[in-house]
Design a protein around this ligand. Structure first.
Ligand SMILES: C[S@@+](CC[C@H](N)C(=O)[O-])C[C@H]1O[C@@H](n2cnc3c(N)ncnc32)[C@H](O)[C@@H]1O
Length: 277
């Protein structure tokens, strides 16, 4: 249950910027608003609401602080290692048996693109070794348009690539001044677009047409939503996956009630789940 000033702020954001944060956890929203109160030197949340009304640019700062974009390449390295060593070979064998040339990946809540590009690097390594002839399609979505712009540019600091193995840094990044720019080859594999995971009117990103994903990443996004919104999102994730497809969650996330029996955890070391049925 959200208090009145908070509800008013969320309504203002929805009306002025089209962002609906009503399904986000109250504690998280309040914590983040407190930071903006401090930065804008407002004493109470009601003062901050007035400030927002009189300084519409502050709405963008608030959106920025609500949509935390923290990410880096190969975040939770064990997860990516498991995908590379176990899941990809299994998927590719099955695809080859079924003469299925498609390989469809969705990074939902992709932030600045580190996650989908990490997956594109893994896939490219398979393609180069001619271990597969699949045609990969990686769709990466977020509600933060600024983050999507940065993702499309693909330019990163050394901090973002701290988990990338040396050989892969020199192979897939161009050093431009103090930045590391992802190579065109990898960029071409990823398609970025806007998609709100809580949108009740759309099941999957329009670019994907029908979903049908082999692997869906939705990491460190669900933690921000209350249970009702998590249900909406899990429903989408489940429907978007192929039979036997994989769902990759963040370290602090797991399938909620109603979805526990629809996914089987792959192993104890990472949050990778196989769709059942
Ligand atoms: C902490 S980042 C996670 C990035 C990446 N998945 C990872 O784990 O490293 C969370 C991302 O979720 C996005 N996000 C928040 N609410 C969203 C929503 N309703 N629909 C789509 N993306 C959302 C944010 O904009 C942010 O970029």
């Amino acid at each position: 249950m959200k208090n009145q000033p908070l509800t008013n702020i969320l309504n203002l954001l929805k009306k002025q910027r089209g962002f609906d944060f009503t399904g986000y956890r109250t504690s998280m929203l309040e914590r983040r608003i407190q930071k903006r109160l401090y930065s804008t030197k407002q004493k109470k949340i009601t003062d901050y609401l007035d400030f927002l009304i009189n300084h519409p640019n502050e709405l963008d700062n608030l959106i920025d602080i609500f949509t935390i974009n923290v990410s880096h390449f190969f975040r939770n390295p064990l997860t990516f290692e498991y995908i590379q060593k176990i899941i990809m070979p299994e998927l590719l064998i099955n695809k080859s048996k079924e003469n299925d040339k498609s390989l469809r990946i969705w990074s939902a809540g992709c932030s600045f693109g580190e996650e989908p590009y990490s997956m594109a690097i893994i896939i490219n390594e398979f393609l180069e070794k001619e271990e597969t002839r699949v045609l990969p399609r990686i769709i990466a979505t977020d509600i933060d348009k600024k983050a999507l712009k940065i993702a499309t540019a693909g330019s990163y600091t050394s901090k973002s690539i701290k988990n990338v193995k040396y050989g892969l840094v020199s192979k897939y990044f161009d050093k431009v001044d103090d930045k590391f720019v992802i190579s065109e080859k990898i960029k071409k594999l990823v398609q970025f677009s806007f998609f709100d995971l809580t949108d009740k009117n759309r099941e999957v990103p329009p670019e994907s047409i029908f979903g049908g994903f082999d692997i869906v990443f939705c990491r460190n996004v669900l933690i921000y939503f209350d249970l009702d919104y998590q249900k909406i999102v899990f429903n989408k994730l489940y429907k978007s996956l192929n039979k036997n497809g994989y769902l990759v969650l963040g370290e602090a996330e797991k399938p909620i009630e109603g979805f526990k029996h629809k996914f089987r955890r792959e192993n104890k070391c990472c949050k990778i789940y196989k769709k059942i049925g």
